[in-house]
Design a protein around this ligand. Structure first.
Ligand SMILES: [Zn+2]
Length: 127
């Protein structure tokens, strides 16, 4: 569609240029009809370009609007998702920590299961 408008413009311009050239060379030839055709072509080209411009202007706008609204929605969603993700990660870390932590059999302090001695009471936990 864009190409058509530009092609019309080019054809019109070429026609006008050609006819003006011919008319300059031959003023009595009466080729002004072709000039008018060229003007019409240019008019059609401009018209098409304007329509294309309006259409292309309209479509990105609406899509942009829907995108922004969608984007806003998405960003909110992703925000919620991020919050949930962060919460889940925290919970996972907590779980992992809890899994890796075990209460000391002597003082009941949560200590890493890998520790040989309780950091709280200093009792030996494993051989
Ligand atoms: Zn202890």
């Amino acid at each position: 569609m864009k190409i058509h408008g530009i092609v019309y413009l080019i054809v019109g311009a070429v026609m006008i240029a050609f006819t003006s050239f011919v008319e300059n060379a031959n003023p009595d030839a009466g080729i002004s009809l072709f000039t008018w055709v060229g003007v019409v072509f240019i008019g059609i080209g401009v018209f098409k370009l304007i329509i294309n411009f309006v259409n292309t202007e309209k479509t990105p706008k609406t899509s942009k609007n829907s995108q922004t609204s969608r984007f806003g929605f998405n960003s909110e969603l992703s925000k919620v998702n991020l919050d949930q993700e962060a919460l889940r990660q925290k919970q996972q870390i907590k779980q992992r920590m809890n899994q890796n932590l075990a209460p000391c059999p002597y003082c009941k302090t949560l200590i890493p299961v890998t520790s040989t001695f309780c950091p709280n009471c200093g009792n030996k936990l494993r051989a």
